[in-house]
Design a protein around this ligand. Structure first.
Ligand code: FBP
Length: 329
């Protein structure tokens, strides 16, 4: 079952559909194939290292960051199915010229996990898709809306194999690129995250700046008092790779806020929302420390938010700690 056939089958479930989503997705898939091949040959093709520019986040851009961004902006624009693009690498949103416009808004991180690019550790592309509400008067409000309004989300992981994980609102499916065919094949049908996991994933290097509930939760993972076994720590430092493992094995991935960065590090539109959408579709949940992550209403396109996502019961545990702290406050 190729991803094209899968999406066409899904399309038949929507008689009103004209195939626009299928065309948009085929262009995202093309972008992922292109970036996958560039990542694989990066060392050979002198694509490692810095591009000599800095992005809106103040991060030094890697050559592959710039290349991936160009690939996806071109692929999404030339699909003729998009009207607004928001990329981690571009300060401003891209409003597609009216003649080429379509009814979807795409928010994306063209290459996530930049710190791992040059050492060959898994990295990825993250994307989220909104349907435009007012096609005649397209404004930034089309993307500054809750993540729960997304119609689809996904990521593509460039690791030991190239895996594209997608949800269009009726479950989560994973497809692996068969290089001999150049096609993504359905290898992980209907992914359901385990209700409770044995793994916690967080950058403990920030522990001294954490708030009470986060500190207590990680303490409980290491020294459980209910007779259960301690959880194992796994942290790759690429959100796509850490979330992919969490989706398949269960457990919890966290990027909390702390005294130094009260809003954490991860960006709401193209990191927190797509991964939270997938988690909920797989039976897990995503929490910001205050509310359900998908209920957030971003005010800026590069806004950041703390996030705790993964197995339902593990996220329930941290929600309880924040609720208790709020009650004691
Ligand atoms: P970018 O590389 O796209 O900027 O993404 C941010 C990221 O690398 C995530 O993939 C990852 O989860 C996090 O930052 C790691 O941050 P830290 O090094 O602070 O733990």
């Amino acid at each position: 079952m190729t991803i094209t056939r899968y999406v066409l089958n899904e399309q038949t479930k929507h008689p009103e559909s004209r195939g626009d989503f299928t065309i948009l997705l085929s262009h995202i898939v093309l972008g992922c194939k292109y970036v996958c091949s560039a990542v694989n040959k990066a060392g050979l093709a002198k694509l490692l290292g810095l591009a000599g520019e800095t992005n809106v986040q103040g991060e030094e851009q890697k050559k592959l960051d710039v290349l991936s961004n160009e690939v996806f902006v071109n692929a999404l624009t030339s699909s003729g199915r998009t009207c607004i693009l928001v990329s981690e690498e571009d300060e401003e949103a891209t409003f597609v010229e009216p003649a080429l416009r379509g009814k979807y808004c795409v928010v994306f991180d063209p290459l996530d996990g930049s710190s791992n690019i040059d050492c060959g550790v898994s990295i990825g592309t993250i994307f989220g898709i909104y349907m435009v509400k007012d096609f005649k008067n397209v404004t930034l409000d089309e993307v500054l809306q809750p993540g729960k309004n997304m119609v689809a989300a996904g990521y593509c992981m460039y690791g030991s194999s190239c895996t594209l994980v997608l949800s269009a609102g009726s479950g989560v499916n994973g497809f692996t690129l068969d290089p001999s065919l150049g096609e993504y094949i359905l290898t992980h049908p209907d992914i359901k995250i385990p209700k409770k996991g044995k793994i916690y994933s967080v950058n403990e290097g920030n522990a001294k700046n954490w708030d009470g509930p986060t500190t207590k939760f990680v303490e409980k993972c290491k020294f459980p008092t209910d007779g259960s076994s301690p959880k194992s720590l796994r942290y790759i430092g690429s959100m796509v790779a850490d979330v992919h493992r969490t989706l398949l094995y269960g457990g919890i991935f966290m990027y909390p806020g702390d005294k130094k960065s009260p809003d954490g590090k991860l960006r709401v539109l193209y990191e927190v929302f797509p991964m939270s959408f997938l988690m909920e579709q797989a039976g897990g949940q995503a929490f910001t420390g205050k509310e359900r992550a998908l209920d957030l209403i971003p005010k800026k396109i590069h806004e950041r938010s703390p996030v705790f996502l993964g197995s339902y019961d593990d996220v329930e545990d941290i929600k309880a700690l924040y609720a208790a702290a709020a009650k004691d406050a």
